[in-house]
Design a protein around this ligand. Structure first.
Ligand code: ZN
Length: 242
């Protein structure tokens, strides 16, 4: 079985469409979404509707959550907050309703899915270092936990003898004796100095994971953000993937 895992679309329709057409070429059996469909970008409704159409499982991310629990915005910087205010000004009632029904975590085909971390997903605490990963490996049982949230693709692993490590390799043969925390990066706002959209494909027959990058027309998204009055800081960062 081939499973595409996507995260952090952030209302970036051009990036999401590019990812969906790449996924079609990759002939996957299912698409799982780890949340943050909205926030930052200009097209929340279009992205929510595409997620509904294409994804088997859909989680809530912290930006989605901020749309339905405004006190969450307290934790956001002013640019992220402005983007949520914009999102709330354009999002349909139906789509807002849809977001409010999404879960914080799911187990699908034995794999654990969360937006931020596998211990208390709704804390939105990040996994940003090997020390963070070591802590979180003790908090779940599945062979693989898929995460997003930091917008930085990376794979942490734990071997049977409590050895830990990480790799930024884009292709990985999965070892049946290891457990993994896999960050699939971000579709709509990559932050690893590469502006191309990111997502992951797990091949359960081949025991193989691959991070895929796909370029898209960033300037179209930036033009729309400008017209929507979204902060320049948010559009500038798309050009450099920061
Ligand atoms: Zn995000």
């Amino acid at each position: 079985m081939r499973i595409a895992v996507i995260s952090d679309i952030h209302s970036n329709l051009e990036a999401f469409q590019a990812v969906l057409s790449e996924i079609e070429k990759e002939q996957v059996d299912t698409i799982l979404c780890l949340g943050d469909i909205v926030g930052y970008g200009p097209n929340p409704n279009e992205c929510i509707e595409l997620v509904q159409k294409h994804c088997e499982t859909i989680l809530i991310g912290n930006h989605d959550y901020a749309c339905i629990n405004k006190s969450e915005m307290f934790f956001f910087n002013r640019f992220a907050r402005q983007a949520i205010e914009y999102t709330l000004s354009v999002i349909s009632e139906e789509n807002l309703d849809f977001i409010s029904g999404l879960p914080f975590s799911a187990i699908v085909y034995q794999y654990l899915l969360v937006h931020a971390n596998p211990y208390i997903p709704e804390s939105w605490d990040y996994i940003l270092s090997i020390d963070d990963a070591i802590f979180y490996f003790s908090k779940f049982k599945s062979k693989i936990c898929f995460i997003g949230h930091s917008h930085q693709p990376i794979v942490y692993y734990e071997s049977g003898d409590q050895q830990y490590g990480f790799t930024a390799e884009r292709e990985l043969n999965l070892d049946p004796d290891k457990r993994y925390i896999i960050n699939v990066g971000s579709v709509g706002q990559p932050r690893d100095n590469n502006p191309a959209a990111a997502f992951g494909i797990l091949d359960t027959t081949e025991n193989h994971y691959e991070l895929i990058r796909v370029g898209y027309n960033v300037s179209d998204t930036i033009d729309k953000m400008y017209s929507a009055g979204l902060p320049k800081f948010l559009s500038d960062r798309l050009l450099v993937g920061k």
